[in-house]
Design a protein around this ligand. Sequence first.
Ligand code: FMN
Length: 387
Amino acid sequence: MDQKPTIVAVNGSPHGGIGNTSQMIGMLRPTLTQEGFDLEIINLAELDIQYCTGCAFCMEKGKCWIDDDHRGVTERLLAAQGIVLASPVYFFSVTGQMKTFLDRSLAFGHKPRSTWKPGLAISVSAGLGETDVASYLGFLLRTFGAFPVGALTAMAVQPGGFWGKEAIEARAADLARDLARAIMENRRYPATDRDLRYYQFMGDLVRSQKDTVMGHDFRHWQEHGFYEGFQAYIQQRPAESTRDPGMREAWIKDMIEQQKEKKKTQAGGETRKARAPGAIAAKTCRELLAMMPLAFNAAAAEGLSAVYQFEVQGDETFVAHLRISEGACTFHEGPADKPNLTIKTPADVWLKISRGEISGPQAFLDGRYKVEGDMNLLLKMNRLFSR
Ligand SMILES: Cc1cc2nc3c(=O)[nH]c(=O)nc-3n(C[C@H](O)[C@H](O)[C@H](O)COP(=O)(O)O)c2cc1C
C-alpha cells in the first residue's frame, strides 16, 4: 500500500499534547486528512534534547556529537513532505524547548538545502508577541529546507480560551489547504528579502571561516553550486521585463500634449469632460464601440495605421475591433487578423471609462482591464477619440 504524504509538526510547548499550541496544530488535521495527508506531531517536551554547547563541531564536521533525540526529529523533518514549526510565546520569544531544538539544528542552519518544500509557522500568546514568534519560526523553516505558505497565530490565556476561536479554525483550514495544495502542485512562492539577506550573509560568513570552523559548511555551499549566485540558490530567475522602451517617452509626450490642449480649451472659455462623445447615449458596450468612429479625431491619427481589438466580458460577451487607416476609423464585429492592441475588459468597466466616471489609466493600474500588444496605442486613445 502506498504511504500517505506526511506533514511533520514540531510543538515547542511544555504543555505538549494538552496545550493551546497543540490544539492549533490539531485544527489543521481535518483539512489535511481530507486532502489525503497524514499529520505527525512531535512534542519536544516529551523528548531528551540537551542544550547546544557551542562547540562548533557541527559546522566543521557536519553533525552534532551529542547522541540524544535531536537527530531523530531532524531526520523526520527532512524526510517530510511539509513541515510545521509551532511554539507558544514565552517572554516574547519561543519556548526554551523550541530554542534548544533550534540551537542544536545549527548544522542545518548554515547549509541551505535545495528543497523548497511548503511549511507553516504557528504561535499563540496570552496577548503579545505571537506574530513576531510566528514570523521568526517562518524564517527558521528554511533550516529544514522549507518555506512558509503562511502563519497561524492566536491569543489565549486559559487552555482552549482562544479569542475568536471560529476565525482561528477557519484560518487553520485555509492554511492546511494551502499547505496540501502547495505540496501536491509542487508550488513555490516567490523569493523574499529574507532569502536574499540569508544568502548574502551566510555565503560570506561561511566563505570567511572556511579554514577555521566552517569547513564542512563551505564544502556544502560549493558542492551545491550555491556560490554561483542567488539564482542558483533560489532556483528562480527574474521574469523577462515587460517594459517597452518607447512607452515612457510616448506617455510623457502624450501627457504634455493633453495639458497643452486643456490649456487652449480653457483659454477659449470651454471646458471639456474626459469622456467619449456618444458614451452617455450608448446603453451597451457594443453600441459604444460601434459609435467610436463618430468621435474619431483624424488630425490626431496622421500617418497611423492600427487595429484596436476589444474582447468584452461580463454583462456582454463579444469580440469586435476598430480599424484605423488612411485617416479613417471603422468598426467591425468579431476578431481581427492581426490586432496591434487587444483590450480585454468587462463591459461595465469600459462604459464607465468612456463616460468619464472612472479614470482609464487608474483602472488599468488596478487591473480592471488588461491589454496585450502595443501599449503606445493605449496611450493614444484619448486623443484619437476626442472629437
Ligand atoms: C514563562 C512564560 C512566559 C510567557 N510569556 C508570554 C509573553 O511574553 N507574551 C504573552 O502574550 N504570553 C506569554 N505567556 C503566555 C503563553 O504564551 C500562553 O499562555 C499560551 O497560550 C500558552 O500556550 P501552550 O498552552 O501551547 O503552552 C507566557 C507563559 C509562560 C508560562
